[in-house]
Design a protein around this ligand. Structure first.
Ligand code: EPZ
Length: 441
């Protein structure tokens, strides 16, 4: 549109532009990643451990805590409830003695659905809670019926009004709970509801993710009696009191998997330190099938990428299966493979917001319900792409690392939710990636 047109047109009203400052990543593709990267503490472990401190008044230290937006969001929620929460370096100090507010407001919960984790501990300790329903997320509805039904089975009276879960319970009573499908969040929430209940609770078809196992371990350190940790069947004997304790958060297996894929997609040779290889077995076996050479030590993994990647089909599953949180990264990797691969997400059937953006980089991916068919061609070309959610952002960065020319990944606040200083860690591995502040109208 030429300027004269604009100058001659009187806007019908005073146009108000709202400028929002957001960061973007500017990536020059083509470098092979080489070197070592240290993995940070696990976001999804912390988002359960932090609310667990509601269960017993006193001071706690959660070590190996990364500086993430989701950790800040959970900290703000606990502070609104009256708790002291402070991160200094990697040490998160929490004092849960001063809780006076049993509500998780919509303004907080809409930022992060894991806020619902306060429901179980508040009911356990105070017998009441008012928690906003989390609503959907970037890729569709995320129901919480397992959480609510489980609390009701434990004896809580629950009403849903004006978008809030209102819960009350004189005393939670042990019972048998069985999930239709394993749910990480519901397993964690109900574990925290059952530990102070009267009698024994059986949780069947429980999630076995390492983050839930660490939560169970933390609760046992606080004095809870939990049997069957690491299996689908958890037995919780209610106790009358718990005590504060300390713990070091396990390494983030999804961050680890993401960096391994970054090494593989760029044809590089990297070592990830401070990880637990056992937590990544499904991902490691798929990387080997794709042609990567993997060497595992006690707390590190080395990967040497092949010159040509083999196409490898993946179907996500609950732990120890291939994690849905690695699905977007795997699709990015398969864009470089020599042939066609089929990626099925059996956990979240519509978690494919990254696909249209990867196709803007020249990928050839088709979606049919919860199945992505990737026709690898390895020839991505830089473009502007938009982050929509945490793992989608990671897949766009991976695409940018191999795209010819410059890629701009917008709205990287999504990635800051779950990856600590990802651009600094990638720069140390020779990636050409810069964080740039940008204005969006
Ligand atoms: C946790 O979410 C993780 N978040 C997610 O990671 C992860 O993708 C997911 O588990 C699956 O592994 C945290 O731990 C904070 P679910 P959660 O309950 O607990 C259905 C990331 O990228 N379901 O295990 O919400 C649900 O729709 C995030 O770090 C119900 O039907 O997931 C899904 O199909 C994204 N009703 C399946 O269960 C319920 O009440 C598994 O969901 C709850 C879940």
């Amino acid at each position: 549109m030429n300027r004269s047109y604009i100058e001659n047109v009187n806007p019908p009203f005073f146009a108000i532009y709202i400028v929002v400052y957001m960061d973007k990543f500017v990536i020059q593709g083509g470098n092979e990643l080489r070197g070592e990267v240290t993995i940070s503490g696990a976001k999804n472990a912390l988002l359960a451990l932090m609310p667990a401190t509601i269960l017993a008044p006193g001071s706690y230290t959660l070590d190996n805590t990364p500086d993430l937006r989701d950790v800040t969001t959970m900290s703000q929620l606990l502070q609104i409830m009256g708790m002291d929460v402070k991160l200094s370096g990697k040490k998160l100090s929490i004092d849960s003695s001063g809780i006076f507010n049993f509500e998780a407001p919509y303004e907080q919960v809409k930022k992060m659905r894991a806020s619902i984790y306060v429901l179980g501990p508040l009911l356990s300790r105070y017998g009441e809670a008012r928690v906003s329903l989390p609503g959907g997320c970037a890729w569709g509805p995320r129901p919480v019926n397992f959480h609510i039904d489980g609390m009701k089975k434990l004896g809580a009276e629950i009403t849903i009004e004006n978008g809030y879960i209102n819960a009350r319970a004189k005393k939670l009573r042990g019972t048998r709970i069985s999930f239709d499908t394993p749910s990480v969040g519901a397993t964690g929430n109900l574990l925290m509801a059952a530990v102070l209940a009267e009698g024994t609770t059986m949780i069947e078809n429980a999630a076995m993710e390492p983050e839930i196992n660490q939560l169970a371990h933390f609760l046992k350190k606080m004095g809870a009696k939990i049997h069957g940790v690491g299996t689908k069947r958890l037995e919780v004997e209610g106790v009358t009191e718990l005590k504060p304790t300390n713990i070091a958060t396990i390494p983030d297996r999804i961050e680890a998997g993401t960096f391994l894929v970054a090494g593989a997609i760029t044809g590089g040779k990297i070592t990830i330190k401070n990880c637990i290889p056992d937590h990544l077995s499904a991902v490691l076996s798929k990387l080997e099938q794709a042609g990567c050479e993997i060497r595992v030590e006690r707390s590190s993994i080395s990967l040497t990428a092949p010159s040509i990647l083999e196409p490898v089909d993946v179907a996500t599953d609950v732990y120890p299966g291939f994690p849905t949180d690695m699905q977007a990264q795997w699709i990015a990797l398969m864009c470089k493979a020599k042939g066609t691969s089929v990626i099925t997400d059996s956990i979240f059937v519509d978690r494919f917001k990254h696909v249209p953006e990867l196709n803007r980089l020249g990928a050839n991916i088709e979606i049919e319900e919860n199945v992505a068919v990737v026709r690898g061609n390895g020839k991505l070309k830089g473009a502007k792409v938009m982050s929509t959610d945490l793992r989608a952002s990671a897949s766009l960065i991976l695409g940018g690392l191999i795209a010819e020319g410059e890629t701009e990944v917008l709205r990287v606040y999504h990635i800051d939710r779950g990856y600590e200083s990802i651009e600094k860690k990638l720069q140390k591995l020779d990636a050409r990636i810069e964080r740039v502040q940008t204005e969006e109208y």
